[in-house]
Design a protein around this ligand. Sequence first.
Ligand code: NAP
Length: 289
Amino acid sequence: MKIGFLGLGNMGAAIAPNLIKAGHDVSVWNRSPDKAAALVAKGATHALTPGEASKAEVVFTMLADDAAVEGVADDILANLTDGGIHISLSTISVALAEKLTQAHADKGQHFVSAPVFGRPAAAADAKLFIAAAGETEAMDRVMPLLNAIGQKVEVFGDTPSAANLVKLAGNFLIISVTESLGEAMALVAKGGANNTKFLDFLTSTLFGSLIYKNYGALIASQTFEPAGFAAVLGAKDMRLVGAAADGLTVPMPLADLLRDRLARLVAEGNGHLDLTALSALAFKDAGLK
Ligand code: NAP
């Protein structure tokens, strides 16, 4: 299938090769063009504009945020084939997903939301968990593509924005765990116990989940660079959670606290670090290095 792929950041650069491996004809575009070379070496075509990459049956977007996706939306709408499908993998707002659903429908095209769970290493191994939603006919057509980049695809109905809401709720939980693990490990470290042993104990007993294992290991070793999931993107996600909660009138006091904590991390010039750098705030507040 002829596919366009817009966005070759940490995630996009890891995902696009799996579409090439699955035998598709993939045209890639990135704002900073130098990132395309690695993909061309793997068999992709380098498109110089988003419009050029969008002359396809299916276009994926894996861009940072709402502004980045809105910046290429008109090019996609103008160039995607009749009946073509825009699959948005990015973590974007519910409101933008609703707007894009309507805009593509007006053009006789389709919009599918398919935000992903999993860090860049999982993306490279085609091990992402994908929350998807869109019209049944479009979902049937894109399912083989989503299965080529992920290990599990769960469909949340025919309204695309439902998948964005699921993704935002999931990230709220991931960020909550990151903050609480940071606070717990600051407590354990200040008391003189070993955090690696603490984490091994937790994850082999009551907390045996990927989030505790992977994020916990980064917190235990206080390793925040290079960022797999940059704190600045986590801050953006918490703002989107807040907007979704406001839109549905759902009080989320913990979300407000996490938004504030991430805003502090970014304001102190550490937005480029991994999300797990939240724990550095807890360590600092505890008077630890
Ligand atoms: P990233 O490494 O920061 O890459 C961001 C991408 O967006 C780059 O291709 C960047 O282009 C592009 N971009 C940013 N602003 C732009 C603009 N105004 N116009 C055009 N392009 C723009 O981010 P990532 O980690 O790949 O994340 C991508 C999306 O996936 C985000 O929505 C994120 O929340 C979500 N996500 C991330 C993870 C994770 O663990 N990293 C996991 C699940 C979901 P340049 O190369 O030119 O900067």
